[in-house]
Design a binder for this molecule. Sequence first.
Ligand SMILES: [Zn+2]
Ligand SMILES: [Zn+2]
Ligand SMILES: [Zn+2]
Ligand SMILES: [Zn+2]
Length: 476
Amino acid sequence: MGERASTVSERQLLRALTHDGCPVCDHLRNHEAEFRFWFIAERYHQRELLDALTNSLGFCVDHGELLADSPRSRSPMTSAHEVVSRRTLSRFEAGEIDRTTWSSLATCPACASFERAGDRTVSFLGHGLETSAAEYGDPGIACFPHFRSLAATVSPSLFHTLLPVQRRQFHDVRKTVRSMRENPTTATDSSLPSELETALQLTVGHDIHPSALPPPDVDPNATRDPVGDFTALLDSGDGCPVCLEVSRAWQTWLAWLLHADCDGDRLHDVLPTCREHVWGCVRYGDTDLAMAIADAASDPVARRLTRAMRLLDDDPESREDVSATLAHMDSLRRFVPRLRDDGTTRAREAIRRPIRCPVCDRMETARDRAVELLLALLEQPRFRRAFEDGYGLCLNHCSYVLARSPSPESAALLRSDEAAKVARLQWELREAQRKQAWDVRPERKGTEQRAWLRAIARFSGRYTPLPPDDAPSGER
Ligand SMILES: [Zn+2]
Ligand SMILES: [Zn+2]
Ligand SMILES: [Zn+2]
Ligand SMILES: [Zn+2]
């Protein structure tokens, strides 16, 4: 999926090191456009993609939105979702959408393709660096997420060469951000200073993955009625209430952040550290906020790099002539597993330790709170009726709610309601396909022509309500 266009040579990657930025991110920059191109051109009816989409219950919300953004997706998305919704209905009938479905959902095929392309590019880069490591960091250097993958795959001797370079560059960039924060300029230019952009790129990777995160809430001070607001979503028919609740959590959090005082490190515990949320905030915030985020997000990275360096320094192996001895050690390690517990292995593990993102946690909490409230409300007949009359859930959240052990009555309702809504959607998708035929041209086309957008929303979820069918064209 897009792989064909993503081939890259070691030489190209090494050449990319002659300019700033991460060579892997740089190569992946066009991946989304390539994926979309190949999906629209031919992949949408290939078995491999349809199987993957069936197993993941559609694209993720970000890729769903990306594909919904182009009118050229209409026919391929109609066709792919017609198949996937038909198969999903069979899975409902066979009792296969149950409480274990969510835990075994496959990754969105577009995300999986992006990850595969990243792994392949990292492995090419690692291979190229084995013979010409001197190019690394001069000035091009892997972002920390790609350095993690690189560190796991390269030989110990190359790891010993790359780690100090990574740490030094990171240290320099961090110093730059700190001094920018201490000596703020009064520049009126609203664009992100390039040093700051570099710091963010090195810390979380470049801003190259699609994101459907909406802008901040317009009224951060509005009083909230959590139960009342959620029940209003239940029968509004606007979209999946869990998606909309997660979106609301993001929007109110972002609105709060944009008004918060970001001096010093008082916001460190709430600032994002993952790529999606870092760039999501930077997109809507000012330079002061971007500096605070760069500072906070680089903290755990700096700790991991420093710890890894210390583990290497404590390692007797690394004090010897590393390149001469490690090749020998590598061959020994295959036969003597005990030798694996050396400084190099522990340093690699230190690099790979996961980094918690407070915003990811916040979004997960919002989702779980919404699901708990939904399950509580479904115990009451009037809310069960509201739920049935309303939108229901997106498929991802339907399978997530089923995984949370609802009462047998609620589980039966969730399954039958979702199956009924998918069945109607499936009919509309078939109708849209039927009306593409030349011999039915006397029949007037209608709202079934937008069934592909409803299919994306039903399978992938959506952070904003889908505009009504009679909305002016151009709006989705
Ligand atoms: Zn990268
Ligand atoms: Zn995806
Ligand atoms: Zn949802
Ligand atoms: Zn996050």
